[in-house]
Design a protein around this ligand. Sequence first.
Ligand SMILES: *[C@@H]1O[C@H](CO)[C@@H](O)[C@H](O)[C@H]1NC(C)=O
Ligand SMILES: *[C@@H]1O[C@H](CO)[C@@H](O)[C@H](O)[C@H]1NC(C)=O
Ligand SMILES: *[C@@H]1O[C@H](CO)[C@@H](O)[C@H](O)[C@H]1NC(C)=O
Ligand SMILES: *[C@@H]1O[C@H](CO)[C@@H](O)[C@H](O)[C@H]1NC(C)=O
Ligand SMILES: *[C@@H]1O[C@H](CO)[C@@H](O)[C@H](O)[C@H]1NC(C)=O
Ligand SMILES: [Cu+2]
Length: 674
Amino acid sequence: MTSSLEKLLFSFLISIISFSQVSCHQHHPLDPLTPSEFNLVRTIVENSNPSSTHNITFQYVGLDDPHKPTLLSWLSNSTTTKTPPPRRAFVITRLEKQTHEITIDLSTRSIVSDTIYHGHGYPMLTMGEQTNASELPLNYPPFVASVSKRGLDLSDVVCSTFSVGWFGEEKSKRVLKILCFYIDGTANLYVRPLEGISVVVDLDEMKIVEYYDRELVPVPKAEGTEYRASKQKPPFGPRLSGAAIMQPDGPGFTIDGHTVRWANWDFHLSFDVQAGPIISLASIYDLEKHKFRRVLYRGYLSELFVPYMDPTEDWYYKTFFDLGEFGIGQSAVPLKPMADCPANAVFMDGYYAGQDGKPVKVSNVFCIFEQHAGNIMWRHTEVEIPNEVIREVRPEVSLVVRMVATVGNYDYILDWEFKPSGSIQVRVGLTGVLEVRGVTYTHKDQIKEDVYGTLLADNTIGVYHDHFLTYHLDLDVDGDANSFVKSNLVTKRATDHSTPRKSYWTVVSETAKTESDARIQPGSTPADLLVVNPNKKTKVGNNIGYRLIPGSVSKSILSDDDYPQIRGAFTKYNVWVTPYNKSEKWAGGLYTDRSHGDDTLAVWSLRDREIENKDIVLWYTVGFHHAPCQEDFPVMPTLSGGFELRPTNFFERNPVLKTMAPRRVHWPNCTTKP
Ligand SMILES: *[C@@H]1O[C@H](CO)[C@@H](O)[C@H](O)[C@H]1NC(C)=O
Ligand SMILES: *[C@@H]1O[C@H](CO)[C@@H](O)[C@H](O)[C@H]1NC(C)=O
Ligand SMILES: *[C@@H]1O[C@H](CO)[C@@H](O)[C@H](O)[C@H]1NC(C)=O
Ligand SMILES: *[C@@H]1O[C@H](CO)[C@@H](O)[C@H](O)[C@H]1NC(C)=O
Ligand SMILES: *[C@@H]1O[C@H](CO)[C@@H](O)[C@H](O)[C@H]1NC(C)=O
Ligand SMILES: [Cu+2]
């Protein structure tokens, strides 16, 4: 692409930039690493291994976020204290079949620690090694023979990588499976699997170590699988009518570095190769108290577990951990203006370290926009007052931060929506292409046995599966010492004959003392789930809090002793609470690929630590059981889920009572033709 001279000049420039950026402390301590910092990390790591520079692969490079108390004390002192907490990078490399954990101090440009990880599991897969591995079959004679045996054209075959999980082996090698698909006549390769062929690649050797061609199954036909607008044939419709969003005064938010300020909200938005968007230090301005009050110290998607339900030889291992294995940030795609996000959106780029440690840019990785969805923030019509009708309505405007990750066939839309009322609504949208199994069947009546899915089209089974998105929510409700409270709604019998009523319900609150009190399946009994600050009360004496309003609450229904469930045991409950611990970040463990499930949220929680009046982390899983249907084919309309964090006795009264309605925008004199 570029000449080596240009590359040399480029790296020279980068090193100049890195000097200036690293030495003048302009970063917020939670800012993601900059391109120059990624280069600095690479240089430091490579210089520490001068003889094997070309053999190091960077599996993870990210900010080693400062110790929370240090950061909080720096923030509350930031006007007086000059030095921010030390800026550090956390790096995982593979070198000579070993996993290295390296911490680098970016200001002193030194390695703080470099240890070899000896436990189970492997780091996140890089794009580079997945690309290299997926190209191996195309030059592998037995595979080439299998393709021609099926009468297919090798040039229309594309292959993709699949993590293999763990099924009880003592030691598991760093391997991947490769599955291949047939393009010929469609862009929808995932619905045209070359079923029956499996290829196992050893990533350390980067070579094929196992190969099977088990059965000849017809490749589902291309007809009807296309999703590109340009390839569709009439009839079309319906045509949706257009609308425009006008913000003549520009957006109502400001972005200062990575800090976003909008309406009464203030938060930091970062990008991580594994987690994608990270929201930090979200606080809301209290009009009555004349100050910002803390709500969420850090919130991000911590794991995304997708087990498939076909237990047969070619499919049983498909139990993916999209975050720990593939990286949701690494899978992020550039957002398309006017389509992925509305016209008034502002975009941000993101960077991560590629396998060679060099920064990789994802343009438009986030979009941020004010959402005018036509909803009502609050209203009341009063007609009971003689000779007067009062009608007060406040339209709702909210702020949305969006990222889309495309993990192979599937697309995940990840939204964080902030509302002036103090609510934070987290939404996920599932779309993209289903993972399908090729079969001989063309009609449901031919199927006598369990096929573990739905026949969607000729020769095509959409396999049953789940999506579990587990969020790490380090709420700091008006301070870091918080408690988790279950306000159970309990039915009472009216027995004393003073009322014609036979029953009513009342609220009986229980504060969780230890972790075991906070493993919850919402909906099993009616209850409000709250994170409260037990040290602060409203004027009338209620505990200041935030409530979790669960959305879709599917939990895993695999048996506890099933291997994927051991690794994904954190999906057994939708809600967990743990005491804050900097190293407990990833619900599926730091080394998720081929993990044995010994470093999961479920295992940490077994310590049954105290969580009352402590700095606590709430974990919530948005779950979907997905039994595919024909409408999901050839590409799936978005299926949404999520949850809400809503102030509950946090404010003294309705915090949007005095919120001013958006200014009416006058349309410029233009005409549009249909
Ligand atoms: C890098 O790895 C290859 C193959 O594993 C090996 O032959 C070579 O000696 C290694 N190079 C260095 C500099 O360690
Ligand atoms: C401010 O900094 C001083 C000195 O570093 C520290 O002792 C103090 O606890 C900090 N204040 C707060 C509110 O964190
Ligand atoms: C992938 O292939 C490229 C190009 O051949 C090579 O530079 C790189 O080292 C390979 N990566 C791995 C992990 O083998
Ligand atoms: C923090 O979590 C890690 C991993 O679970 C654990 O090894 C460590 O002991 C914990 N630290 C504290 C202070 O609990
Ligand atoms: C729009 O139309 C109004 C009424 O016809 C006119 O007064 C005004 O000047 C026009 N504005 C522009 C920007 O053309
Ligand atoms: Cu699905």
